[in-house]
Design a protein around this ligand. Structure first.
Ligand SMILES: Nc1nc2c(c(=O)[nH]1)N[C@H]1C(S)=C(S)[C@@H](COP(=O)(O)OP(=O)(O)OC[C@H]3O[C@@H](n4cnc5c(=O)[nH]c(N)nc54)[C@H](O)[C@@H]3O)O[C@H]1N2
Ligand SMILES: Nc1nc2c(c(=O)[nH]1)N[C@H]1C(S)=C(S)[C@@H](COP(=O)(O)OP(=O)(O)OC[C@H]3O[C@@H](n4cnc5c(=O)[nH]c(N)nc54)[C@H](O)[C@@H]3O)O[C@H]1N2
Ligand code: SF4
Ligand SMILES: [Mo]
Length: 703
């Protein structure tokens, strides 16, 4: 097939009679179950699995274009070892897998002997795929630093969910909702579960009111009943003022608050003592007091209702309290875990694929990095602080970094500092599909199979408990290996080969499925297992210290923070020299920095851009479509401008996802668009350690 193939008859002939394999897509983290049609060892067609509840047969454009990864000539084909000094653009030589395993095993042994196992850190994006590395480096080797990438994503929301509801990742029961307020969540543009997008639109057709709070008139705002163009970084003020109205007007659910929440009375006093009110919030947020009062009344009196966040209200140094305040709206109105509300989903009873007895587990003498760094409430590593640990040895030395499916040089703030970090590492391993900008900084680069080439069993991201399966559909590209084989190879060199005994993926698959009421064989036929959707977990008791919804967070109190959310100004504000505030958003035709080497998607959207309000554009002489310079106190980028009415004046919105500087990521991605992550300095959220990409002021001028 070629990119412009149009002959329908040929296409149908290819598809008819092809072998169909049930699998899933993880071009983005939402993992839609799929059917992959294979003929002569090639993917000839693929579509969504119609039986699966989390996409009901749909795919998005990114998913449909994703088969290209099985044929991308830029894919990594064999292990590579760096031949030049770190800090210079990486040069590599081909080595065998055996040499790679030996090299890594020897370095790991040296590091453990000299610094302890905690000097090794794992960071990843698609977390479940790393379970074998976690067994190797966490359980056997003994590092407590097995992390993911959440501080670059929804860390503030995760901290809010955990401390309030004792749940790590709530879902959204849009289908049964009558009033939905989305705070900076562009679910129709940067899609999450496709079932969520479909349910949101269907519920709207059925009469649900949709309110979108966002500085940007996003794809979701465009479909909403009401767009609330909030000033960036001020959601906490709006949500706290809405809480005040609801409580003052006795619109809260008093019985629910008394039975199922902790600290309601104290919260009421806190709101009064701080004098949070609609008039106060108007000045901060730019939203009229009358609108705030109306939204609060509507939200509290239309049921079922949902106030939902993802990461739009995060990315600021006050994002932790913004998240808590948005969720407290659900709590005080009694709108948690019922139909149409925020859903504290059950997880499927998946087992672990590798059994390691306690006696074989490695031990470290230091606590996990996030605790040692002073972020005990961080649900994941504050990864913008990782360079401090590596470069300065604070709070303890970190000497090795294992990056899997993540590209921090492109994804984390302050690219200079991230790149500098790699020079100081004794071992940096990248497990990748492509030579990413981060892989280029590493000592050793391991080619991994893609989700079309290997097996995986994961938790599904649907309302009910769900297991999803990915099965190998085509042969690996080059010598690429699945993560199980890589972990097994290294474990073998370190004397732990006995813990990775399987020859077939089905052997560890059976172990994972042993408590799921479906056999692995049936899972292979169906592609997923889905349990019942149940509600009402609040009355049964939550996994918070008190078992209740903690409006007054005992965890916050324990660690010396205000147990109630409060308004605080973010740390970087525009000024005369740099008068504009940066915000970021995603591209609907790309996923993060994963899809920019895909010619199909690049044909549709070949570069990213910056949006600017027409008033600001006039002020700074910027024309629509023109190249502009965006300068921060730290760096500058050249990027295309889009002039719009749909953005709050005083801020710009940079679409994230392009700007690969050289051949990294491949020939298609090279040199297209601009990368903004070196504009900002390092500003972790003080409580959650979230990366604050939007703590950045800039000026703009035509290029
Ligand atoms: N098409 C596509 N889909 C994706 C992705 C992708 O890259 N492309 N990425 C996937 C990933 S990893 C994720 S995390 C999700 C992300 O899903 P979203 O978080 O919904 O996606 P973003 O576009 O980053 O949306 C952030 C929004 O927050 C707004 N915002 C900025 N500052 C503020 C503020 O102070 N307050 C409020 N209320 N809003 C603010 C921005 O204008 C923007 O619209 O999408 C996933 N799906
Ligand atoms: N300025 C700015 N920065 C942002 C954001 C933003 O909106 N603006 N968004 C943030 C968000 S929400 C997130 S989630 C992070 C994401 O940032 P990252 O954690 O870096 O994750 P991704 O961008 O999803 O993917 C990174 C790498 O995974 C590789 N990869 C893809 N599939 C596979 C696979 O199957 N196996 C292996 N081994 N590798 C694979 C890709 O080649 C790519 O190099 O970025 C954050 N950074
Ligand atoms: S939503 Fe994500 S997982 Fe689903 S088809 Fe699109 S890219 Fe793939
Ligand atoms: Mo994300």
């Amino acid at each position: 097939m070629t990119i412009h193939e149009t002959n329908l008859a040929d296409r149908l002939a290819q598809i008819k009679g092809a072998k169909v394999i049930k699998s899933f897509c993880y071009t983005c983290p939402w993992q839609c179950p799929t059917e992959v049609y294979v003929r002569d060892g090639k993917v000839v067609y693929h579509k969504g699995n119609e039986q699966s509840p989390n996409n009901i047969g749909s795919r998005c454009a990114k998913g449909m274009a994703s088969w290209y990864i099985t044929q991308d000539p830029d894919r990594l084909r064999y292990p590579l070892l760096r031949t030049n000094l770190k800090g210079e653009p990486g040069q590599f030589k081909r080595i065998s897998w055996d040499e790679a395993f030996t090299f890594i095993a020897e370095k790991l042994t040296q590091i453990a002997n000299r610094y302890g196992p905690e000097a090794v850190v794992l960071t990843c994006h698609h977390d479940p795929n790393t379970q074998f590395y976690r067994h190797l480096l966490g359980d056997l080797y003994g590092s407590p630093n097995m992390y993911a990438h959440t501080s670059g994503c929804e860390q503030d929301r995760r901290a809010a969910c955990l401390t309030l509801f004792g749940h790590v990742f709530p879902m959204h029961d849009f289908a049964n909702s009558r009033y939905v307020m989305l705070w900076g969540m562009n679910i129709l543009g940067a899609n999450q579960g496709l079932w969520e997008s479909r349910a949101l639109l269907q519920a709207k057709k059925n009469g649900m009111k949709l309110v979108v709070v966002d500085p940007n008139f996003t794809e979701t705002a465009q479909k909403a009943d009401e767009w609330i163009p909030i000033r960036p970084g001020t959601d906490a003020a709006l949500a706290l003022a809405m809480c005040r109205v609801i409580i003052d007007e006795n619109l809260h659910d008093a019985l629910f608050c008394e039975r199922y929440t902790e600290g309601f009375a104290g919260f009421r006093e806190h709101l009064c003592a701080k004098d949070y009110s609609p008039a106060w919030a108007q000045d901060i947020t730019g939203i009229e007091a009358g609108t705030i009062v109306r939204l609060a009344r509507e939200f509290a009196t239309t049921k079922p209702a949902m106030s939902a966040i993802f990461k739009g209200s995060g990315y600021y140094t006050n994002g932790h309290d913004a998240g808590r305040a948005c969720y407290i709206l659900d709590a005080i109105t009694g709108q948690v875990d019922g139909p149409g509300q925020l859903h504290l989903k059950d997880w499927a009873p998946l087992g672990t694929p590798v059994a390691i007895p306690d006696s074989a587990k490695g031990k470290s003498k230091n606590p996990p990095l996030h605790v040692a760094m002073g972020y005990p409430l961080a649900p994941d590593l504050p990864n913008s602080r990782l360079p401090d640990a590596v470069i300065e040895g604070k709070p303890y030395p970190v000497k090795a970094l294992w990056v899997h499916s993540t590209n921090p040089v492109m994804s984390d703030p302050n690219r200079d500092r991230v790149k500098e970090m790699f020079r100081h590492l004794e071992l940096a391993v990248a497990c990748e599909l492509l030579m990413s900008e981060t892989a280029l900084e590493c000592d050793i680069v391991l080619p991994e199979t893609s989700f079309y080439e290997h097996a995986e069993i994961r938790q599904g991201m649907w309302l009910g408990p769900e297991v999803i399966l990915c099965q190998p559909a085509v042969a690996p590209v080059g010598e690429a290996k699945p993560s199980y084989e890589i972990a097994k190879g290294i474990a073998g060199k370190m004397g732990w080969g006995g813990y990775f005994p399987y020859e077939r993926w089905e052997d560890w698959g059976e172990l994972m499925m042993k408590d799921v009421p479906m056999s692995l064989d049936t899972l292979k036929e169906k592609g997923f297992w889905a349990g019942d959707v149940t509600y009402g977990r609040v009355a049964k008791g939550l996994r918070t210290p008190s078992g209740k919804i903690e409006i007054r967070s005992s965890e916050y109190a324990k660690h010396g923070y205000n147990p109630y959310p409060e308004w605080s100004e973010r740390s970087v504000l525009p000024d005369q020299e740099f008068p504009l505030q940066v915000t970021h958003s995603k591209l609907s035709m790309h996923c993060n920095i994963v899809t920019q080497n895909n010619p199909y998607l690049m044909e549709i959207v070949g570069e990213n851009w910056v949006e600017i309000n027409s008033r600001d554009a006039a002020k700074y002489g910027v024309q629509d479509g023109q190249q502009v310079w965006i300068e921060s106190p730290k760096d500058k980028i050249k990027i295309k401008a889009k002039v719009t009415e749909g953005l709050v004046p005083g801020c710009i919105s940079i679409r994230h996802g392009h700007g690969f500087g050289h051949w990294a990521m491949g020939s298609v991605a090279k040199g297209k668009g601009a990368h903004s992550n070196n504009l900002m300095d390092t500003h972790p959220n003080p409580v959650t350690g979230a990366n604050c990409y939007n703590e950045c002021k800039v000026r703009i001028r035509p290029a």
